[in-house]
Design a protein around this ligand. Structure first.
Ligand code: PRX
Length: 684
C-alpha cells in the first residue's frame, strides 16, 4: 500500500480501497474541486450545509462578514448573523422528530470499571435534556447566563451541556482534573452562579472527590466576593436514593458499587441531580437564539498564565462541527465512533458531543484510562462495540506503544476503518505503529491539526482520498486558507517553513475571548496584520503538504538554522530504546541556542554512553550535525498537564536550572519536577 519516496516520513500511504469506494470524497480532484468552491464561494458552500439544519428564522442577505485587519478597525467574524436557531434542537429534536432516529443509540457509555456500562438513545437523551433544562430554569438560569460544568466523562455531562444550549445559556465546561484554584479562577472569570458536578469519580484506581474540590473552589470564590446560588450534584459513585429515580433509566445496566464517600453538603445551595430530575417536567421548548449568540466558553492556557475564555457561537460552530465530523471521519450510518478525549477539552466538545450528535451518530463515551485495568483497554472497547472510527492523541499512542504490540494484537480490531490523531505533532514512529499495529495496515490515518480557537479541524487528510505522509496534517479543510509567513510577515511561496496563519475565517472559528475582546485582537491578530496567527510553526513540502512543527515558541535557531523541537524529537524517538522525548532550547555562547533533550527510555533499557552516542548519531543522520543535542537528560518521566500535554515551559526552566516555575496548577504529577532538577546532566 505504501510507495517508498525517500525517508520514512516521506512515504506516501494511499487510502484503503474499500474506505475510498464508500467515501464522501474519493479522489484528490474531487477534494480540490470542493475546496476551491468553499474558498471562492463560501456563501454558496456553507448555505447548502446550513440548509440541512433547522433555522427558526433566516435573514436574507449577507451570509457572513469579517475583518481580520486590526489597522482598519475592530476584528470580528460573523456567520448568519440575524438568523435564529437552537443547537440542541438541531442535535436532538431534528434527529428524533424529523429524521426518525429516536431509537438510535446516541452513546454507549463505558465506565472506568469494565463491568460498568450503559446506553442512551436519541429519544432518551432528548427527554433527559428537556428535564434538565427545566431544572436549570428552576435554579434561575436564563438566556446568556454562564453555567459551570465540572463533571467526569458520564452521560450527564452531555445532558448538562445540551440543556444549557436548549435554554440559550452558555456552558463553561471545566476539566474534572482541574484543581480548586483553577476551577475558582474560571468560575470567577465568567461569573457563574450555578455549577453542575458529581460526588466523585474513579480514574483508574484513584478516587477523586469532586464535590470536595468544588467546595474548596467556592471558598476561594467567596473570598473574592462571589457567591454561588446552586450546585447540582450527580450521585455517580453510589446508586441514587430515590426509588423512582431517573438516572437509573439512562444507566440501566450500570453496576456501580456503592462507595462510602463523605460528600460535603451545604443545604442552602446543594441539591442532588436525580432528585431534581424526578420532579422536572419533560417538556421544554427550545429558546431560539441568534446564530451569533455564544454557545459556550472554553478556557485554554495563555502565554501570560491567565487562561483565555475562548468563545464559540451558535450557527457557525454547528455547521463546522457537523461538516468536519462528516468528512474527516467519513461518517456513515452504522458507524460506531469512539473519541477518547475528555469533554473538558475542545476535542470533547466538538468531536464527542456536537459533531457526532449533529450527524445522528452513535458514539462510545469512555470514562476511564487507557491502562486500566490493563493496557489493552482501548482495543478491548473497540472489539466490544465494533468501533469503526477511533480518535485519540499521539501521547496515548506513544504511551501504549511502550507496552509492546501483544497488548494490541490479542484483540481483533477488524471493525476499524479510520484512526484519528489530535493534539500535538505525531512523530512518524508513532504514526507508523498506529497504522501498522493498531490499524493492521487497513485503516486511513487522519492526523488532524486544530486548536481550541479553531473550533474544529483546519488541516487534515480526508480518509477516502488523501495520500498521507506519516507526521503530516496534509491539507486544509474546506473553507480554510492557510499561509506561512516569515519573520517580516511576508508570505512564503512554495516549499518553506514559517509561522502558520490563516487568511480567511471559517464558520467554526472563535469569535472573541470572553469579556476581553482586546486580548483576542492582540493575541491572534496583532503580530501579523490581516491574518489569524495560530502560534504554531509549519513547513510546506514540495508536494504542498503541511507539517506542523510545534508552537512557535518551541522553534529555535541553532547557528542560524531554524529548527523545530518536534523535528529533533521525531529523530530521537526513532531510537529503539526511547519511549518519550522532549527537546527545548538552551542558551549557547557560540551558537546562540542549542538543544537540550529530555529522554525517557522504554522498560528494560539502560541509559549509558553508547545510547547517548547513538541518539546523537540519529539526529545527525536525520537532520544534520547542527541539530545534535548538546545535552541529554535521562529521566523516568516528563511534566505533563492532566490532559497529557508536555509542559515545555517547565522543561525550559529545568534546562536552565531556573527554579522560578510560576503557576503549576495544571501539572499532573509534581514529583516529576523534583526528579528532573536532581538528575540534570553533569556536563552543563
Ligand atoms: O500546537 C498545536 C497542537 O495543539 C495546539 C492546540 O491545543 P489545544 O487548543 O489544546 O487543542 C488541542 C486539540 C485540538 C496547537 O496550536 N496541535 C493540535 N493538533 C495538532 C497539533 N500539533 C500538530 N499536529 C496536530 N495534529
Amino acid at each position: 500500500m505504501a510507495s517508498k519516496r525517500g525517508d520514512v516520513s516521506n512515504e506516501l500511504y494511499l487510502p484503503n480501497k474499500i474506505i475510498q469506494e464508500n467515501a464522501f470524497v474519493k479522489t484528490m480532484d474531487e477534494y480540490r474541486k470542493l475546496y476551491k468552491r468553499s474558498v471562492e464561494s463560501p456563501e454558496i458552500f456553507w448555505k447548502e450545509i446550513a440548509d440541512e439544519f433547522y433555522w427558526k428564522t433566516e435573514k436574507k442577505g449577507k451570509f457572513f462578514s469579517y475583518n481580520f485587519d486590526i489597522s482598519k478597525g475592530p476584528v470580528y467574524v460573523e456567520w448568519m448573523k440575524g438568523s435564529s436557531t437552537n443547537t440542541c434542537y438541531n442535535l436532538l429534536d431534528r434527529n428524533v422528530i424529523e429524521k426518525g432516529f429516536g431509537d438510535r443509540i446516541a452513546y454507549y457509555w463505558e465506565g472506568n470499571d469494565p463491568d460498568d456500562h450503559a446506553t442512551i438513545t436519541y429519544k432518551e437523551l432528548l427527554r433527559n435534556v428537556c428535564k434538565f433544562a427545566n431544572v436549570l430554569k428552576g435554579k434561575g438560569v436564563k438566556k446568556e447566563d454562564c453555567v459551570a460544568i465540572y463533571l467526569p466523562m458520564i452521560m450527564e455531562v452531555v445532558v448538562a451541556m445540551l440543556a444549557c444550549s436548549r435554554i440559550g445559556a452558555i456552558h463553561s465546561v471545566i476539566f474534572g482534573g482541574f484543581s480548586a484554584q483553577s476551577l475558582a479562577q474560571r468560575i470567577l472569570d465568567a461569573k457563574c452562579t450555578v455549577l453542575i458536578t458529581a460526588d466523585g469519580v474513579w480514574r483508574g484506581t484513584k478516587l477523586l472527590n469532586l464535590k470536595e474540590t468544588v467546595d474548596e473552589a467556592y471558598k476561594i470564590c467567596k473570598e473574592n466576593g462571589h457567591h454561588m446560588k446552586a450546585s447540582i450534584v450527580v450521585k455517580h459513585l453510589g446508586p441514587p436514593e430515590s426509588k423512582e429515580d431517573h438516572l437509573k433509566k439512562i444507566t440501566q445496566q450500570a453496576k456501580r458499587p456503592v462507595y462510602d464517600l463523605k460528600t460535603p453538603w451545604n443545604p442552602d445551595i446543594d441539591c442532588w441531580w436525580h432528585e431534581e430530575m424526578n420532579r422536572a417536567n419533560d417538556i421544554c421548548e427550545p429558546e431560539w437564539v441568534d446564530a451569533e449568540n455564544p454557545l459556550f466558553i472554553l478556557y485554554t492556557s495563555g502565554s501570560t498564565g491567565k487562561p483565555k475564555g475562548v468563545v464559540h457561537t451558535t450557527g457557525g460552530y454547528l455547521l463546522y462541527a457537523a461538516t468536519t465530523f462528516k468528512y474527516v471521519f467519513d461518517y456513515h450510518p452504522g458507524d460506531i465512533y469512539f473519541c477518547t478525549a475528555d469533554v473538558g477539552w475542545i476535542t470533547g466538545h466538538t468531536y464527542v458531543v456536537y459533531g457526532p450528535l449533529a450527524q445522528g451518530a452513535t458514539s462510545v463515551m469512555f470514562e476511564g484510562l487507557p491502562f486500566h485495568p490493563h493496557p489493552g483497554r482501548y482495543w478491548e472497547i473497540i472489539d466490544k462495540y465494533r468501533v469503526t472510527k477511533f480518535y485519540t492523541a499521539p501521547t496515548a499512542v506513544r504511551a501504549l506503544m511502550k507496552y509492546g504490540d501483544s497488548h494490541v494484537t490479542k484483540y481483533d480490531r477488524s471493525s476499524l476503518k479510520i484512526l484519528g490523531s489530535v493534539g500535538e505533532p505525531i512523530n512518524p514512529e508513532a504514526w507508523l505503529w498506529y497504522h501498522k499495529i493498531v490499524g493492521n495496515e487497513q485503516c486511513s490515518i487522519v492526523d488532524t491539526f486544530w486548536q481550541t480557537e479553531t473550533g474544529g479541524h483546519v488541516l487534515t487528510p480526508l480518509p477516502g482520498c488523501t495520500p498521507t505522509k506519516p507526521g503530516s496534517a496534509t491539507f486544509p479543510f474546506f473553507g480554510v486558507v492557510p499561509a506561512l509567513l516569515n519573520d517580516e510577515g511576508k508570505e512564503i511561496q512554495g516549499p518553506g517553513e514559517g509561522y502558520l496563519v490563516f487568511k480567511k475565517p471559517w464558520p467554526g472559528m472563535m469569535r472573541t475571548i470572553y469579556k476581553s475582546h482586546e486580548r483576542f485582537e492582540t493575541t491572534y491578530f496583532e503580530k501579523f496584520i490581516g491574518y489569524y496567527c495560530t502560534g504554531d510553526g509549519a513547513r510546506r513540502d514540495e508536494d504542498g503538504y503541511y507539517w506542523v512543527t510545534g508552537r512557535v515558541d518551541d522553534m529555535l535557531n541553532v547557528s542560524g538554522h531554524l529548527l523545530s523541537t518536534a523535528q529533533v524529537e521525531s529523530a530521537l524517538i526513532e531510537h529503539k530504546a526511547v519511549s518519550e522525548t522532549a527537546v527545548v532550547s538552551h542558551p549557547h555562547s557560540v551558537k546562540g541556542e542549542c538543544l537540550y533533550a529530555f529522554i525517557v527510555l522504554k522498560e528494560g533499557y539502560q541509559f549509558n554512553s553508547d545510547v547517548e552516542k547513538e541518539l546523537r548519531a540519529k539526529v545527525r543522520s536525520k537532520i544534520g550535525p547542527f541539530a545534535s543535542p548538546e545535552f541529554l537528560h535521562h529521566t523516568s518521566g516528563l511534566p505533563k498537564t492532566r490532559s497529557g500535554k508536555i509542559m515545555r515551559r517547565i522543561l525550559r526552566k529545568i534546562a536552565r536550572n531556573d527554579r522560578d516555575l510560576g503557576d503549576l496548577s495544571t501539572l499532573a504529577d509534581p514529583q516529576v519536577v523534583d526528579e528532573l532538577y536532581k538528575t540534570r546532566p553533569k556536563n552543563i
